[in-house]
Design a binder for this molecule. Structure first.
Ligand SMILES: [Mn+2]
Length: 346
């Protein structure tokens, strides 16, 4: 594991050592924890208990997604993910997130001791990560945190039990969109999990869910309020909705947009943006929604933004309208800048 020491040199610190030294680690996932977050959190708790049978790990997230709750009901009905963890933990582990902001309002101030914080994640690196955690396992090339967990189990020589294998495979299936995003290592990890007892069909089925009524209404309303912006041949769709912004973005992409940006201000001093783009858009333009759009938007709304190239968001407090029109300019500017410099055109 990479650990940055004071003079900037990287040194190896054993994950095993950190876990064996901890009596009560707190294992955190991002806000509205998705199946990749929840499943990697439980797998991490199991790994910890194997190394430290007397320890008491606690799991926490600022809410878990509806789909995660279904996965938990199927595979781990007894498992508790707290929204209000106890204080006094001697080790923090952040899974499937690398920024304080993504922990959500109730948990973002919890990370205070970088020397006692581990980040395990596959998102675009957060430039301020050193302020949060000295111990980092960040693999942007991996399509899920659960896949990173498979590697960690094997590195530490811990056998994966059948139920943990089900969880890790479910998290991988979710984040890879049923192996749409996968390389040979991803598929090898999946086979390893099936050989450890994971039931592939049961995992796939655990992720089948129809959006609930309010989410479908939000998607339809967002579609009804859509504005279409043409940038060369690309179609950017923007809309406003105060709930299910990410789902509304996916809906607009399904309807035919190359890029979707949906924002809302569900309450005074709360401004949120979500964005999605097709893989084709990113491959042909090189425009990353995380670094080219949402990081700047985060500043405008007096909060923070970031994420993946194809899926990113921002949370803040102010300037909703300004940020909405700025988002269109940012995309336009980034497309023009990046596609003119390499000679290709849209
Ligand atoms: Mn993930």
């Amino acid at each position: 594991m990479a650990r940055k020491s004071a003079d900037g040199d990287e040194e190896k610190v054993s994950l095993e050592h950190l876990l064996k030294d901890s009596k009560n680690p707190l294992i955190l996932g991002h806000q509205n924890a998705d199946p990749d977050a929840v499943c990697s959190m439980i797998a991490f708790a199991r790994l910890y208990k194997t190394l430290n049978p007397d320890g008491t790990p606690q799991l926490a997230a600022d809410d878990t997604s509806r789909l995660s709750n279904q996965v938990l009901r199927i595979f781990e009905p007894e498992m508790k993910v707290s929204r209000t963890p106890e204080s006094g933990h001697d080790l923090l582990i952040l899974l499937d997130t690398n920024s304080r902001f993504q922990l959500g309002p109730t948990l973002q101030n919890i990370t205070e001791n970088p020397s006692k914080t581990i980040v395990i994640d596959h998102h675009e690196p957060n430039p301020k990560i050193d302020q949060i955690a000295e111990h980092q396992i960040v693999r942007e090339d991996k399509s899920s945190t659960c896949e990173i967990m498979v590697k960690i189990y094997s590195d530490l020589g811990v056998k994966i039990d059948a139920n943990t294998a089900n969880l890790l495979l479910t998290g991988m299936i979710f984040d890879t969109r049923r192996f749409f995003y996968a390389d040979s290592e991803t598929l090898a990890a999946a086979i390893e999990l099936i050989e450890a007892g994971a039931e592939y069909e049961k995992c796939v089925r655990s992720l089948l869910i129809r959006p609930d009524r309010s989410e479908r209404i939000a998607r339809l309303k967002a579609a009804g309020r859509v504005k279409v912006h043409l940038i060369g041949d690309w179609i950017l769709a923007t809309s406003k909705i105060n709930a299910y912004e990410a789902s509304a973005c996916r809906g607009l992409i399904d309807l035919g947009a190359d890029v979707a940006i949906v924002g809302g201000s569900p309450a005074k001093d709360i401004v949120r943006f979500s964005s999605r783009s097709t893989r084709d858009f990113f491959e042909k333009t090189g425009v990353s929604l995380g670094s080219d759009v949402m990081e700047q938007l985060g500043q405008i709304i007096e909060g923070e933004g970031g994420g993946h190239a194809n899926a990113a968001g921002a949370n803040g407090k102010k300037n909703f309208e300004k940020a909405m029109s700025r988002s269109v300019e940012l995309i336009k500017g980034a497309v023009e800048e990046k596609t003119s410099s390499d000679g290709s055109s849209t």
